[in-house]
Design a protein around this ligand. Structure first.
Ligand code: PLP
Length: 423
């Protein structure tokens, strides 16, 4: 077969973009070569519907070992009793959990998308808002923090079947102990979606949801630094609360319900090449080097937040406990959209983001979200953060000056030469 030059040239172009740019999108990271190698392997050729040892296809001896290794490494990382590594993405993991524990029309309670929540936590444009009846909690206008008393009041008023905690743009930690108390009081199950901070939880830098939440979902490609994908875990397996029985008449365990909700509930054949890649990433995450990486991610985020504040930028909640921060640009007279566009011209990638109580549309927005997971994988340190924030400020204060933006892009390219990727 002739080589597909068209596509491989584009992949080269994308590598060049990644190598020379400053990557501050909070949900992105750079995986290791071996994580990529596993993804590009012959395992993509294999059908393996079902679970290790219980497949609907022959020839699964090898992928069974691969998938079991992924599961065991993941359980060890989080101290979980049960895990499913098959969800194709974070959204698929959440879809499977909701299919497993809810009936259409059931009530759910999640963190407001416009305050930093995720589409799959009840947004009207998402399955979670179309199939279930969502209500939301948010942050306080002054503090930018979640008021747990208000979450409790909303839960008692709405009586949801499922309470979801976790976010895509919240820079503070979660009180899982309090949330579990609230869930128990209203008879709800508690789901923590740790897609963003998962790596920092592995690094023991944030509260641990595993002992307190009934179910935990995550992506594997954000701070966890694995391939694009999802996972579901439980700290402890438990009998389903609805009295469902197995064919043998025994109580059906939640693990069986969640496994069934992934396949056949919401997915077909698992991506064993991606599962192998997840296993490689989990192996990496169990090392001392990865732990040190997560500490550096947090230190860098701290340093970056301090640098922004010293230049008069308004960070929602005033700072960060994790790897990201949400910046309200209204006092700087530039929209999130204009900021994103100007920064891209300077080869700095961030994303525009709604801020709590935003008066602009989701296509314009008043804010930007930045994170340190990716630049820390390139070994940038606290001392580099001030430099980066100075560059960002220069761009935002001169967003219409194309020649200045071109100059900054050269500075960025030069800076990144010092932090090689895949060399
Ligand atoms: C990123 C994210 C997801 C979705 O992950 P995908 O892999 O893009 O589907 C789900 N929940 C939260 C909180 C996220 O931040």
């Amino acid at each position: 077969m002739t080589r597909d030059i068209e596509i491989f040239n584009l992949i080269e172009q994308e590598l060049h973009r990644q190598e020379h740019g400053l990557e501050l999108i909070a949900s992105e990271n750079f995986v290791s070569k071996q994580v990529m190698e596993a993804m590009g392997s012959v395992l993509t050729n294999k059908y393996a519907e079902g679970l290790p040892g219980k497949r609907y296809y022959g020839g699964c001896e090898v992928v069974d070992v691969v998938e079991n290794l992924a599961i065991e490494r993941l359980k060890k990382m989080f101290g979980a009793a049960w895990a499913n590594v098959q969800p194709h993405s974070g959204a698929q993991a959440n879809a499977a959990v909701m299919l497993g524990v809810l009936n259409p029309g059931d009530k759910i309670l999640g963190f407001d998308l416009s305050h930093g929540g995720h589409l799959t936590h009840g947004s009207p444009v998402n399955f979670s808002g179309k199939l279930y009846k969502p209500s939301f909690y948010g942050v306080e206008p002054d503090s930018g923090l979640i008021d747990w008393d208000k979450v409790e009041a909303t839960a008692k008023k709405e009586m949801p079947k499922l309470i979801i905690c976790g976010a895509s743009a919240y820079s503070r930690d979660w009180d899982y102990v309090r949330l579990r108390k609230i869930a128990d009081e209203v008879g709800a199950l508690l789901l923590a979606d740790i897609s963003h901070p998962a790596g920092l939880i592995v690094g023991k830098l944030l509260n641990d949801p595993i002992p307190h939440c009934h179910i935990v979902t995550s992506t594997t490609h954000k701070t966890l630094r694995g391939p694009r994908g999802g996972i579901i875990m439980m700290g402890k397996d438990f009998e389903n609360p609805w009295g469902l029985k197995t064919p043998k008449g025994e109580p059906k365990m939640m693990s069986a319900i969640l496994d069934g909700a992934v396949f056949p509930g919401t997915q077909g054949g698992p991506l064993e090449h991606v599962i192998a890649s997840k296993a490689v990433a989990f192996g990496e995450a169990l090392t001392v080097e990865y732990k040190e990486y997560t500490h550096q991610v947090k230190r860098n985020a701290h340093a970056m937040a301090d640098a922004f504040v010293s230049l008069g930028y308004k960070i929602i909640s005033g700072g960060t406990d994790n790897h990201l921060m949400l910046i309200d640009l209204r006092n700087k007279n530039i929209s999130g959209k204009a900021a994103e566009n100007a920064l891209i011209k300077a080869h700095i990638t961030i994303n525009k983001n709604m801020v709590p109580f935003d008066d602009k549309s989701p296509f314009v927005t008043s804010g930007i979200r930045v994170g340190t997971a990716a630049i820390t994988s390139r070994f940038m340190k606290e001392a580099d953060m001030g430099n980066i924030v100075t560059l960002i400020d220069k761009v935002l204060m001169n967003a219409d000056n194309d020649s200045l933006l071109a100059e900054v892009s050269k500075e960025v390219n030069q800076l990144m030469e010092g932090f090689p990727l895949y060399k």
